[in-house]
Write a protein that binds this ligand. Structure first.
Ligand SMILES: Cc1cc2nc3c(=O)[nH]c(=O)nc-3n(C[C@H](O)[C@H](O)[C@H](O)COP(=O)(O)OP(=O)(O)OC[C@H]3O[C@@H](n4cnc5c(N)ncnc54)[C@H](O)[C@@H]3O)c2cc1C
Length: 493
């Protein structure tokens, strides 16, 4: 057998696959849950292959609000178990993911007659709302077993005006500062995968789609299609975890796949700190359709977003923020901040899977995940939150192998976190060799955030970036189409 140099480049990974076709475990889906499952399985010496039909993290795992949080808003929905579990995970992730864990201070301002969208109606009253909110935050701190420095504090209107000079003063009565954390979801996935591949010697291939699964009783035969070279591969595996997010499984497993509802969410990116956040986030208490919205600092820029829309534009692979989504976000920024023009530079949209069919509004369906035994030795996991990825992956593995698993502390080799958001030739080469970049947009959206943090989806760098790929001309055209599909550029050439 040929010994390949250990590298998480796509070329090495696909070559290795040609020589290795028999696995103990196949993980379908290269989002955050699949990546963690691969890392933990390979820690235990299980011969595992992970396949992702598009780029790693291109699903919900690069399109989230980036919060590692308990989800304060789930308290009024009485989802105490979910909040407690997420807060425990938050602590665990602080130990495990190094610089990808960033503590974040958030302001919850209280405005007269606004209340807080998720509070039951009787608590919306001007007198009760601040007290109910304070009680909720105290309970949040309690569930998170937080020490004194990490607990919320009350903050007066004057202090809010000083710290958030652009937040509107009319009707503002007071506020609370509480602690949560944020991450870089895409870089988290890629870092976990590199640890699993280059340190634990497992295999992970992007642009490799599962198109058929046959159950042979003692193992499965799985057909894979390489979407870059249009080649088919047949592998066998003893067990399967499908961490496929909003997607159903192919062919005969389509009807065995979990029944899920979709929930969308759109975000816009503002360059720099035009809302004067000074590295703190703001939870806007009530949108016109009674949701909450986040305004957050993120990597020296500002993101504004909301979730829980019933519909989304584009496809499940490529959802995008449409004009209405963007106007909605801009309108609410103007409602709460003294700013005339909201100059957003880009936007994104994501879709997550919600489990549960009974509710009429996706806003109230549980964020809890579930692990579905769809066949012997074959489970599908769906739902949940970015914050819970480790425990979701752990639970999936433990139910399949009947033993315990754990995630190792991440090692940061050629630290992806430090890779810039403007094109740099040497960084792109590192990303091709060690972070499986197969197409320009992998680098522009998920290894860097060049397309989100630069005008027109970073189109100005596209020529130089394309030089690093064969078939430069066709790749240019293809990338422009992909940027358009993401709603990042409208210009045709
Ligand atoms: C708008 C929005 C905001 C959010 N904000 C937060 C937040 O702030 N905090 C938080 O904790 N959570 C948040 N979430 C939830 C979080 O993003 C998701 O729970 C998490 O990313 C799900 O990860 P996953 O690995 O299960 O799914 P995904 O990341 O969607 O990965 C599934 C992958 O499976 C692949 N796949 C599917 N079928 C196949 C196949 N046949 N062959 C190969 N590959 C396949 C897909 O291409 C996809 O990449 C948010 C979600 C959304 C949509």
């Amino acid at each position: 057998m040929i010994e390949y140099q250990l590298s998480f480049s796509r070329e090495h990974q696909i070559n290795k696959l040609a020589d290795n076709t028999d696995f103990e475990l196949l993980v379908i889906g290269g989002g955050v849950v699949g990546a963690a499952a691969l890392e933990m399985a390979s820690n235990s010496g299980i011969k595992t292959l992970l396949v992702e039909k598009n780029d790693f993290s291109s699903g919900a795992s690069s399109r989230s609000t980036k919060l590692l949080h308990g989800g304060i808003r789930y308290l009024p929905q009485m989802q105490f178990g979910l909040v407690r579990e997420s807060l425990q995970e938050q602590k665990k992730l602080e130990e495990l993911i190094g610089g990808l864990y960033k503590p974040l201070n958030l302001l919850a301002p209280i405005f007269k007659d606004d209340g807080f969208a998720d509070l039951p109606k009787i608590f919306q009253n001007n007198f009760i709302a601040p007290k109910a909110f304070k009680a909720g935050l105290s309970f949040y701190d309690f569930l998170g077993l937080r020490n004194k420095e990490k607990r919320h504090i009350s903050i007066s209107k004057e202090e809010i005006n000083k710290n958030f000079p652009l937040l509107k003063k009319e009707n503002l009565s007071k506020g609370f500062l509480f602690n949560d954390a944020q991450t870089d979801d895409a870089k988290l996935v890629l870092t976990i995968l590199r640890n699993a591949v280059e340190i634990n010697k497992s295999l992970a291939v992007n642009y490799l789609e599962v198109i058929d699964i046959k159950n042979n009783i003692d193992n499965f035969t799985v057909t894979l299609i390489d979407k870059i070279y249009n080649e088919k591969y047949l592998i066998t595996t003893k067990k399967i975890i499908a961490a496929t997010g909003v997607h159903t499984l192919p062919k005969e497993y389509k009807f065995k796949s979990s029944k899920m509802r979709f929930s969308g969410g759109a975000h816009i990116v503002l360059k720099g700190d035009p809302l004067g956040l000074n590295n703190k986030g703001v939870l806007l208490p009530k949108t016109e359709d009674k949701r909450i919205m986040f305004v957050l600092p993120w990597l020296n820029n500002t993101i504004v977003g909301t979730t829980d829309t019933e519909d989304f534009s584009g496809t499940l692979d490529n959802p995008f923020a449409n004009k209405k989504d963007i106007e909605y976000l801009v309108r609410h920024v103007k409602k709460y901040f003294s700013i005339n023009n909201v100059d957003y530079i880009s936007s994104w949209s994501g879709v997550r899977a919600l489990i549960g069919k009974d509710s009429t509004s996706s806003k109230n369906v549980s964020r809890g995940h579930y692990v579905n035994n769809i066949d012997k030795n074959f489970i599908q996991v769906a739902g949940g939150k970015l914050t819970g990825f480790r425990s979701i992956a752990k639970e999936s593995l433990e139910s399949l192998f009947n033993k315990s698993f754990e995630m190792k502390k991440l090692e940061f080799i050629d630290d992806l976190i430090k890779i810039q958001d403007e094109y740099q030739s040497d960084e792109l080469e590192t990303c091709i060799r060690h972070y499986s970049v197969a197409k320009p947009l992998d680098y522009m959206l998920r290894r860097t955030h060049l397309s989100w943090f630069n005008e027109e989806g970073g189109k100005a760098s596209l020529n130089a970036i394309s030089e690093h790929f064969s078939n430069k001309n066709s790749i240019l055209e293809e990338t422009l189409n992909e940027l358009r599909a993401e709603g990042l550029t409208e210009i045709n050439n």
